[in-house]
Design a protein around this ligand. Structure first.
Ligand SMILES: [Zn+2]
Length: 231
C-alpha cells in the first residue's frame, strides 16, 4: 500500500491541513459478497475518507464541496455525528459524508458510504455500530429506489448485496427473502449464481461473518483475483 500526505485546502472553510492519501493498493484477493475488496485494498478503507480538522467537513476529497452541502456541515446534527461515541471516529467521518450525500439526494452513494462505515466498524470489532451502519445503508438504498436510483449493476446483484447486509446483521429471514427475490427475478449469470449459493450456505449456518468469494469452489486454488467480479 502506498500513501502520501498532502497539503489540502478545505472546500468548505478554506483552512489548509496536511492529510494522508492512498496512492495505490493492490487487490490481491477476491472481494466479499458485499463487494468489500480483498487485501491490500481492503485495509486501506480508513484512507478513503478525509476530515477537515477545522470545520469537520468529511469527503474523499475535501478540496471540493457541493454548493448545497455547507449548511449540512454546519448543522447541529452533523457536528454531533462527528463525535458520536457509538461509532469509531473514522466511521463517523463516513456517516457524516453520507449525511451530505443524502442532503443532495444522492441516496445510492449515501448507502455505499454507510456500508463503508460498517466495514470500519467491522475492523474495530464493533458489531452493534456495524449493524447500525448497515441498516443506514439499506435505508438509503430504499429511499434511492423511490427516486429511481440503482445502486448496483443488476437487480440480482443488488439483492445479493442486500441479502449480505441482512445476514451480517443476523437478520437471516430477511437475508433469505432477498436471495429468493434476486434469483427469481431474472436469468442470473453463473458467477452470481455461485455467490447466491454461498450466501445461502452462510445463512443456513447462521454465519454473520465475512463471506469471501475465496470460498467459492471456482476460485479455490486460483491465483489471480477477480477484481471486477461484483463491481
Ligand atoms: Zn474545513
Amino acid at each position: 500500500m502506498q500513501t502520501q500526505s498532502s497539503l489540502v485546502r478545505c472546500g468548505n472553510c478554506g483552512a489548509e491541513s496536511r492529510l494522508p492519501f492512498l496512492l495505490h493498493a493492490e487487490e490481491q484477493e477476491p472481494p466479499d459478497l458485499d463487494t468489500r475488496p480483498g487485501e491490500q485494498l481492503r485495509s486501506s478503507v480508513g484512507l478513503w475518507m478525509a476530515r477537515c480538522p477545522f470545520c469537520g467537513y468529511c469527503a474523499a476529497d475535501i478540496s471540493t464541496i457541493h454548493e448545497q452541502a455547507g449548511a449540512v456541515v454546519d448543522s447541529a446534527a452533523y457536528q454531533q455525528q462527528l463525535d458520536d461515541a457509538r461509532f469509531p471516529a473514522k466511521a463517523n467521518e463516513f456517516i457524516c459524508h453520507a449525511l451530505v450525500l443524502e442532503h443532495v439526494l444522492q441516496y445510492a452513494d449515501a448507502g455505499w458510504t454507510m456500508l463503508h462505515a460498517a466495514w470500519v466498524c467491522d475492523d474495530h470489532q464493533r458489531a452493534d455500530a456495524a449493524s447500525l451502519c448497515r441498516k443506514g445503508a439499506l435505508n438509503a438504498w430504499t429511499v434511492g429506489k423511490k427516486h429511481g436510483q440503482t445502486f448496483h449493476d443488476t437487480y440480482a446483484s443488488e439483492f445479493l448485496i442486500v441479502s449480505d447486509l441482512h445476514r451480517r446483521m443476523g437478520e437471516f429471514e430477511h437475508a433469505l427473502i432477498a436471495c429468493n427475490e434476486g434469483q427469481d427475478t431474472e436469468e442470473v449469470p453463473e458467477l452470481l449464481d455461485h455467490c447466491f449459493r454461498l450466501q445461502r450456505s452462510l445463512i443456513a449456518r447462521k454465519d454473520v461473518g465475512r463471506g469471501s468469494l475465496r470460498q467459492l469452489s471456482i476460485y479455490r486454488g486460483a491465483g489471480s483475483p477477480p477484481g471486477d467480479l461484483l463491481s
